[in-house]
Unconditional design. Structure first.
Length: 113
């Protein structure tokens, strides 16, 4: 399941950089959960061709992430925002400590942007 979520995030960030043909096949495989045979029949290519194209797309998307780190930054910021939300809901944290923690976390978020 985690691999599918990772593929979805990579595609969300970098999918527009794939060709239309690559996008269609990748979406059918990842988002529509079609089998290799179903995609091959629909596209008029072999199962092996579909498999190779999906593997190539995964490599392309992972290469973009290795160079640009957009998904990693997104996840980092998402974690910091979750920390701010947890702090806001924690009634045991004093006002001054809450203020300092929020200031620290928002500073880290701005730096990550």
């Amino acid at each position: 399941m985690e691999k599918i979520v990772e593929q979805g995030l990579l595609y969300d960030f970098y999918g527009e950089l794939l060709t239309e043909h690559q996008q269609k096949i990748y979406e059918d495989a990842v988002y529509h959960d079609l089998s290799l045979s179903e995609i091959a029949k629909e596209q008029g290519i072999s199962r092996q061709g579909v498999f190779d194209l999906i593997k190539r797309c995964n490599n392309i998307l992972e290469d973009y992430e290795n160079k640009l780190h957009l998904v990693a930054r997104f996840n980092e910021i998402k974690g910091k925002v979750s920390d701010v939300n947890r702090l806001a809901e924690d009634e045991t944290v004093g006002h001054e400590k809450l203020r300092l923690e929020i200031k620290r976390l928002t500073g880290e978020i701005l730096e990550a942007l």
